[in-house]
Design a protein around this ligand. Sequence first.
Ligand SMILES: NC(=O)c1ccc[n+]([C@@H]2O[C@H](COP(=O)([O-])OP(=O)(O)OC[C@H]3O[C@@H](n4cnc5c(N)ncnc54)[C@H](OP(=O)(O)O)[C@@H]3O)[C@@H](O)[C@H]2O)c1
Length: 278
Amino acid sequence: MKKTRQSTIKLNDGVEIPYLGLGTWQARGKECVQAVQFALNHGYSMIDTAQGYHNERQVGEGWKASGHNREDIFITTKIDNSNQGYKSTQRSLEKSLKDLQTEYADLTLIHWPDIRDFSRSVETWQALIDLKEKGLTRSIGVSNFTIHLLNDLLSEINVMPSVNQVEFHTFLYQKELLEYCREKNIQIEAYSPIARAKFFDNETIQSVAGKHEKTPAQVMLAWCVNHDLVVIPKSTNQGRIQENADIFFELDDEDMQALDQVGPETRLVNGAWAPPTW
Ligand SMILES: NC(=O)c1ccc[n+]([C@@H]2O[C@H](COP(=O)([O-])OP(=O)(O)OC[C@H]3O[C@@H](n4cnc5c(N)ncnc54)[C@H](OP(=O)(O)O)[C@@H]3O)[C@@H](O)[C@H]2O)c1
């Protein structure tokens, strides 16, 4: 079935998540408020934030200013590593909700696995399970988890995350992780889905863009959507926010095959919290 901006995917807990959301990493102050308000009034219904982005207050102001009813939008936040652990997860989500001006999050993620002391991430996961039970978040998931770490988590607590938010774009086609997550019914959410606009001059991207009269960003996002991934491109520029929403067009098999093989493989996010092997 043809996907549209209104299309959603049903997660393993029955919650419907939109294909398209606005990323907000590095969106600050008034610019963040305006971007969130603008996006929600121009085809987006989901916003991705995190405690670590220090902009939950601005995201809250932005969605309020948009005039939308709370139940018509989808807000994701993430538990910062400094807040991992049972009690601090609970306390920190309560603060996030206050800042976001909402009584519940739609999706709450463990931002990064704690690879130095994984028991903290296990405790965080238990806290999220309990917070979902209490209605403070409708759905729960993880971010930056490898197959190995997902197996570790599930061997401690056998409650499946609904989402794994990871870096995923044409230059980082994580096929094995995608297949594993499909098998477990964990939805992949693609972050940095346009690879931070670094490779728009790639020949294949340019050629598919030319063929469909679309921009490189739109082709990279359409590739994700055609692979049934949720995408959360970040922009605070009104023109680019609109451009990044015009991505619901079909890529044919030839386009997809060419894009699947675009290289070289490049990982952009590999910071201090990253697992030793991805
Ligand atoms: N879970 C995690 O650990 C994690 C890690 C990284 C990111 N994320 C989430 O994923 C979101 C997206 O990832 P990202 O911000 O790393 O990268 P991205 O969305 O791939 O790229 C964003 C960058 O590209 C520019 N841009 C956006 N649209 C454009 C377009 N159509 N043409 C040209 N340039 C464009 C933006 O600048 P302008 O704003 O000036 O347009 C910004 O510099 C983040 O904002 C965050 O919400 C999560």
